[in-house]
Write a protein that binds this ligand. Sequence first.
Ligand SMILES: NC(=O)c1ccc[n+]([C@@H]2O[C@H](COP(=O)([O-])OP(=O)(O)OC[C@H]3O[C@@H](n4cnc5c(N)ncnc54)[C@H](OP(=O)(O)O)[C@@H]3O)[C@@H](O)[C@H]2O)c1
Length: 298
Amino acid sequence: MQERAKQRIFILGSGGRLGAALMKEWKELYHLKLVALSRKELDFSQPEAALEVFKKYELTEKDFIINCAAMTHVDQCEEEPDLAMKVNATTPRLLAQLAADTGTRFLHVSTDYVFDGKLERPYQETDQPHPISHYGASKLAGEQAVLESSPHHFATRVSWVFGPERPSFIDQIVERALTNDQVAAIDDKNSSPSYTKDLAEWFQVFLKPEIAGGIYHLCNSGTCSWREYGEYALQVAARHGMPLRTTSVVPLKLSEMKNFIAQRPQHSALDIKKFTTLYEKPLRSWQEAVEEHVRSKL
Ligand SMILES: NC(=O)c1ccc[n+]([C@@H]2O[C@H](COP(=O)([O-])OP(=O)(O)OC[C@H]3O[C@@H](n4cnc5c(N)ncnc54)[C@H](OP(=O)(O)O)[C@@H]3O)[C@@H](O)[C@H]2O)c1
């Protein structure tokens, strides 16, 4: 296919854990032309300047934008709430409005942290968000602004993102178990891990023009605590020959985490039924995804 005829996919935050996974996994979709924009090209802390830069791409309705850029450090957002709001809400709003003006669809990646974590079942898209941190509040403001810009835009909430492009919790726990006889993790905080490789496959669904805009929850199926998630990763690593000093994880309580600045939601698993109706196959379990990730690093 001629370069000019290809659909342009703008990946904002292309150097992050999810953005880099999309760049890698989608590079062989030859009918697409990926346009990677990292912080260097598009600085979300400068909303007006970012808008001016983005205007130069002369969007058309054939293009598609995926926003993976975000200030994701939860405690840093608590300390710098104005910056968090600029990066996670103001700039996404301006870019989503620009996209709406040209009929370009905009997919904004959001988070389970828009919820307060008090519900004892997985959150559905229709549940009322109620963030308990500045990170969560800024992400909620971002998704609301994007969805207000156009009924065709998307807010996809993901949780506990892991993948090969940037180390996350499970990589750190495996690393620690290589040199420590004891490792610990919180046992009374639950959610659903999301593997970047799977997200990259599922996100392709949103390129279909017939998919209705709105909120979608996306993560691997099943829920677990941080302790169970970490312990499973250790067991996979040990089964495949990693010389770990322990394969069990000592339970901690969320209330014991005195070094956390921001509050974290306790139960923030996401209900994925809405997305599952669009995707023809079941979403694989978090255990299968962790197994593949850990094995890929051996
Ligand atoms: N990680 C999780 O567990 C998790 C959970 C739920 C939802 N999410 C959501 O998933 C999305 C992707 O997260 P991720 O895990 O890929 O996070 P990440 O690895 O921290 O990536 C975030 C990206 O945003 C970029 N960024 C940060 N500040 C910026 C700024 N001022 N201007 C432009 N770019 C900036 C970062 O650039 P640099 O590389 O230069 O820092 C990085 O490329 C985010 O919307 C996040 O809120 C993540």
